[in-house]
Design a protein around this ligand. Structure first.
Ligand code: ATP
Ligand code: FE2
Length: 324
């Protein structure tokens, strides 16, 4: 079975062909905001402008290798409305053109599924951290249940906001990680865990304030240590509660080495196993949508045209995991 997948919920327009043994081909076009953060309409214009090239390239590959596609998967949500509509329109056209099923994929579930596929985790507690989401989940009774999540902004957004405030370009995550490596001191910052939920907004503001008085590397380090310790605490409790012997890190912030290291230490201490998918599968990519479409279609799930409306607020736990 070969599935064509199209991702474009936010900054990355990406199309891919996968089968169960791996990624056959992937092509992306990245939107980089001229200044500030992601602008939804500009991002969707970017996707519209690059759609023909990105999709055409992947279809060209399929033709060249004489591959027969079995389905068109697309990121149905959550994400930015204008971006989602651009992607869904293209996906519907392809499904009609090739007369193959359309598969509406939940973007968050796709981060999880591609992570399991690429890391070998079987039934992990999942730490899903990105620019828009921070959730700790585990599969229970056919749904990825959210054990804990942010009450305000995501950890990626908190780091990006801080980075912007101190004059670094978007996305700030990688640059903050680099600066943090040169730190010498830890500066106490607000640590906010409420039950199983997290809050990062105050932390981001406090770090911005701290940067006016302290060494920048020290602030970057302290911001990471504080935010990541909060995530580790909630993950550990979710693992105990859901009785999971595995943990897996996914989402764009998962590219951060320090976060992986901290989670790995926690897992070792409780005799659990930590899984980290390869970096190229961490951020948004077309392969994750294609692969999730593949497992969905194989289990008999597809999306009739009439139900292909975009879902900007699509919740992870809304999805019936028919393929587990
Ligand atoms: P989602 O819709 O799943 O929330 P997204 O559009 O935010 O996805 P992702 O690629 O999953 O996109 O995540 C992007 C985030 O990852 C940004 O906030 C970016 O700063 C962060 N990030 C990338 N690399 C690193 C890193 N090395 N350390 C920390 N954060 C990072
Ligand atoms: Fe994402």
């Amino acid at each position: 079975m070969i599935i064509f997948g199209l991702e474009g919920t936010a900054w990355n327009l990406s199309a891919a062909l996968v089968d169960k043994s791996g990624v056959i081909y992937e092509k992306s076009a990245t939107y980089v905001p001229a200044k500030g953060g992601i602008h939804p309409r500009e991002a969707s214009q970017h996707h519209a402008e690059h759609m023909a090239k990105v999709v055409g390239d992947v279809l060209g590959k399929a033709r060249e290798q004489d591959l027969k596609m079995d389905g068109i998967a697309f990121s149905q949500g959550p994400g930015l409305g204008p971006c989602l509509r651009t992607v869904a329109t293209a996906a519907r056209v392809l499904s009609l053109r090739y007369k193959i099923p359309l598969i509406g994929v939940n973007h968050c579930v796709a981060h999880i599924e591609v992570g399991k596929w690429q890391s070998g985790a079987r039934d992990p507690a999942v730490i899903y951290v990105s620019g828009a989401n921070s959730q700790v989940l585990a599969l229970r009774k056919g749904h990825y249940r959210i054990f804990g999540e942010t009450l305000d902004i995501s950890v990626g957004n908190a780091i990006d906001k801080f980075a912007r405030n101190i004059g670094l370009p978007h996305p700030g995550g990688p640059k903050v990680e680099e600066l943090a490596r040169q730190a010498k001191n830890y500066i106490p910052l607000p640590y906010t865990v409420k039950g199983m939920d997290l809050s990062f907004s105050g932390l981001s503001t406090a770090a911005t304030e701290a940067a006016k008085k302290h060494d920048l590397a020290d602030v970057c380090y302290s911001l990471q240590e504080t935010a990541f310790a909060m995530l580790v605490e909630v993950t550990e409790r979710a693992m105990a509660h859901a009785e999971k012997k595995e943990a897996m890190l996914v989402g764009g912030v998962g590219a951060n080495k320090r976060l992986g290291e901290m989670l790995n230490t926690m897992c070792e201490e409780r005799g659990a196993k930590f899984f980290l998918p390869p970096r190229k599968f961490m951020g948004d990519n077309g392969s994750m949508i294609a692969y999730t479409g593949l497992v969905m279609l194989r289990s008999g799930t597809s999306t009739p045209l009439a139900e292909s409306k975009v879902r900007p607020g699509y919740r992870t736990d809304d999805v019936a995991v028919t393929w587990a």
